[in-house]
Design a protein around this ligand. Sequence first.
Ligand code: FAD
Length: 468
Amino acid sequence: MNSYDVAIIGSGPGGYVAAIRCAQLGMKTAIIEKYPTLGGTCLNVGCIPSKALLDSSHHYEDALKHFKDHGIDIPGDIKLNFKRMIERKQDVVDQNTKGIVYLMDKNKVDVYEGLGSFKDATHVNIKKNDGKTETIEAKNIIIATGSKPASLPFIKIDKKRIITSTEALSLKEVPKHMIVIGGGVIGLELGQVYRRLGAEVTVVEYMDRIIPTMDSAQSKELTKVMKKQGVKFLLSHKVNGVSVKGKEVAITAKDKNDKDVSLTGDYCLVSVGRKPFTDGLAADKAGVKISERGMVEVNDHLQTNIKNIYAIGDVVRGAMLAHKAEEEGVFVAETIAGQKPHIDYNLIPGVVYTWPEVASVGKTEEALKEAKVEYKVGQFSMRALGRSRASGDMDGFVKILADKKTDEVLGVHMVGARVADLISEAVVAMEFRASAEDIARMSHAHPTYAEAVKEAALAATENRALHA
Ligand code: FAD
């Protein structure tokens, strides 16, 4: 039987990053993945394919609507080759998943393909596709089994007309009318992809605003811009029925006045969140506690109730994000190696990759109000930047929330071109506990979108924005 210092179940961004860090720290490491490709949800059916389709559909829309403005005339009609777009997305996924194979090899991590399940607290059975089972032994085990799309009790996902994000990333045709249930990150990103490709898109959201966990100014701005792009929103609508007849999907809902609303489309994307995944893991054989909601319970060290078993990523509490899973992978590897790592969960950024992008870190205005923290706001519109005028990307803003007395930056919220990249400046600043004036006094290259961060910081300092 093969023996390891660490065995990791699941090869998503949590699992594979944990494996690399364990190997770097000199531990003999194994990783177990039930699917033939490594990389988990993120690389196969999550972050990477969705961004590939967002980028492709963005190019298509630019060619269709914006090239003319820039003085680019294309002879003949611009045609969508949707099959090629999906193929390219798959090429991108394949290159990325192959990259993980390379990394495992380079770091001398043993990869096992098959379903991993606990035999006991130090042994994992690996059921392979040929029906054979192999058992390995490990001093430490990391559960990194991720998550699966959630649904509503009355919805039967048929994967043809009533679909999750997984199917939406590999459709054979562009929907005529896609009804998106849930105005969170995944629904909005995929909704925007299909809107750009010509679908009518209606987003039905239970709350009174989209991206409800982000700052309400961001919800407002993104709603405004996406409406301009042609996406329809039914907010404060509680979906209570979804049915399929042939090629038609019918949705019924109640609006905020309890009035019945019904709509029909040809596809319904159910994007109401994700749930932790532990099916087939036999956690009970090792005595690992799973909460009623299916989450692996962990303490502050990401250790389960069984001392040598840890859990990371989507399968534990906290934001379901790839970079959060990665931080936790490194954290657990270093903890096992006897180090004292640290994660500041307040500084895990959240991003929506629509266009304009939306990005946040730290506290929202709503959270500060609730916590009765006295704060000041500095906001700067992207529209006022030379860079935005040059590119034509005028929507959005940067908003900095700083402590009223100390000027420490408490939250940064952005909507606009490339803010998914800009948010890193805010993370760095907040990690070093910068004040708004610290940011305001640093030189930002001109002309860049990043100047909006400096201007918002100036506005937060003493209302000193220079170009407002
Ligand atoms: P996962 O990536 O889910 O990996 C878990 C792995 O474990 C899977 O490969 C699974 O097959 C395997 N597994 C499960 N059980 C077993 C078992 N018993 N034996 C062997 N293997 C097992 N996050 C971002 O940060 N940015 C984004 O842009 C982003 N976009 C997204 C877009 C979509 C459409 C979706 C669905 C998600 C997106 N996410 C994004 C979320 C991100 O994908 C997850 O947060 C991330 O993948 C979680 O990583 P993980 O390692 O915890 O689990």
